[in-house]
Design a protein around this ligand. Structure first.
Ligand SMILES: Cc1cc2nc3c(=O)[nH]c(=O)nc-3n(C[C@H](O)[C@H](O)[C@H](O)COP(=O)(O)OP(=O)(O)OC[C@H]3O[C@@H](n4cnc5c(N)ncnc54)[C@H](O)[C@@H]3O)c2cc1C
Length: 407
């Protein structure tokens, strides 16, 4: 493999910007160009539904400090949309038809919020960008009637922020619990109770079907026939990976994203993909793994830099994410199927200070620590090693010793 001179990155999110910076930090002195639809310098998304939504700050966490990109000869092209990829010609094409050749290309186009038919117009919000976050926060006034469609992580975090601002909050979801598909019934109940205690009205097991106007005021219609007056509507119905360029260029797709091998290479020569769109071969998981997590974007972005420069290193990190809602903070490591994996709780869920483990065939597939911060390294080792341990050990043993024994 020859050393590239021109590396082009599409997407100025955490994954793309981290890759660009890491190329320079590894000493690459060829051309690095990074194209992004947004007008802001690259920033991280988690504060958009937490510190910014709560009003503690107006600034996101920037991926690199102001001035970093020009200082490191990274050609950061903001407000620029790439509309086509021509892998056979090693070119991408901008919206104005300008063509940009590459030796290696990185797709880091991330996701966009899922929209729901019938949910649009003034006062209807989705949350993906800094501008989305500031606009929604401005609407979270004391007493405002906020209806959130979707009880996933973003719906839950926005509900917490909206209650903190004194809004009246209703959360609607067709499933009977918030976060049910990720956490399973027993742990999802912790989040249901948390929101109920903070005054959120939960309309679970109910579908929002559309918007209507009643006596001049907007209402959200539910499939049980009821109507909820809404000053603010937030659609938190998940994200859709932005795979348009890859699809149109005929790249192999998998798991809703772009298929990549363990070294994050797509099916087209010299084209790599990272972050939310990358569905990658993972040595410890069946099939392809595609996750929409902050750490995955950051770590894959850093990892792929070496492979863009000619390396062939597999990406093997386990998925990791975190969430903060009111006074509950949690971290999740690994990837469990709560419908199939066996749950063990260390501590009690009622105290909201516990660790939940999931095991399959006696091996740890995932761990969730809730308001418990002392055992992160041990949890990581147990998950990384798919440790074979009993439920009793997980509930009672010293986790450091258990993890050391499992290495
Ligand atoms: C509000 C919010 C809170 C979150 N909180 C957490 C959290 O607490 N913990 C956690 O683990 N994860 C969290 N996540 C998820 C996590 O932030 C994402 O998984 C991660 O940021 C994805 O990074 P990315 O670089 O792959 O994609 P993105 O951040 O989506 O970046 C992709 C960029 O590419 C641009 N782009 C797309 N197509 C084109 C094109 N054709 N031409 C030019 N540019 C293009 C997009 O405009 C976008 O700016 C959160 C996400 C959101 C939205």
């Amino acid at each position: 493999m020859t050393t590239p001179r021109r590396i082009v990155i599409v997407g100025t999110g955490l994954a793309g910007a981290t890759a660009a910076a890491t190329l320079r930090e590894r000493g690459f002195d060829g051309e690095v160009t990074i194209f992004g639809r947004q007008s802001h310098d690259p920033y991280e998304l988690p504060p958009l539904s937490k510190a910014i939504m709560l009003g503690s700050t107006d600034e996101p966490d920037w991926v690199r400090p102001a001035g970093y990109y020009p200082d490191h000869a990274i050609d950061l092209r903001l407000s620029t949309i790439i509309t086509a990829l021509r892998p056979a010609e090693h070119r991408v094409v901008e919206a104005d038809d300008t063509e940009h050749p590459y030796d290696r290309l990185l797709l880091a186009t991330g996701s966009r919020p899922r929209t729901l038919p019938g949910f649009d117009g003034p006062g209807v919000h989705t949350l993906r960008t800094l501008d989305d976050s500031l606009a929604l926060r401005a609407a979270l006034k004391p007493g405002a009637r906020v209806v959130i469609v979707g009880a996933g992580w973003i719906g839950c975090e926005v509900a917490a922020a909206a209650r903190t601002h004194g809004a009246e909050v209703t959360v609607i979801d067709p499933l009977p619990q918030p976060l049910l598909s990720v956490l399973g019934e027993e742990i999802a109940a912790v989040f249901r109770d948390l929101h109920a205690e903070h005054g959120v009205t939960l309309r679970l097991g109910t579908k929002a079907t559309g918007l209507a106007t009643q006596d001049g005021a907007r209402v959200v219609r539910l499939d049980d026939g009821s109507e909820l007056p809404a000053d603010v509507v937030v659609v938190g119905a998940g994200a859709v990976p932005s795979t348009g360029l890859a699809e149109q260029a005929g790249l192999e797709l998998a798991a809703g994203g772009v298929a990549v091998d363990a070294a994050l290479r797509t099916s087209a020569p010299d084209v790599y993909a990272v972050g939310d769109i990358a569905a990658h071969d993972h040595p410890r998981h069946d099939g392809r793994v595609r996750v929409e997590h902050w750490s995955n974007a950051k770590e894959q972005g850093a990892h792929v830099a070496g492979n863009l420069l000619g390396g062939d290193e597999p990406y093997t990190a386990e998925p990791y994410f975190f969430s903060d809602q009111y006074d509950l903070g949690c971290e999740y490591r690994g990837l469990a199927d709560p419908a199939r994996d066996e749950l063990t709780v260390r501590g009690t869920t009622a105290s909201r200070e516990f660790i939940a483990f999931w095991r399959r065939d006696g091996r740890v597939t995932a761990a969730l620590n809730v308001n418990a911060w002392d055992d992160g390294d041990a949890l990581q080792a147990l998950v990384d090693n798919r440790a074979q341990v009993s439920a009793q050990q997980l509930a009672e043993a010293d986790l450091g010793e258990l993890a050391a024994g499992a290495r």
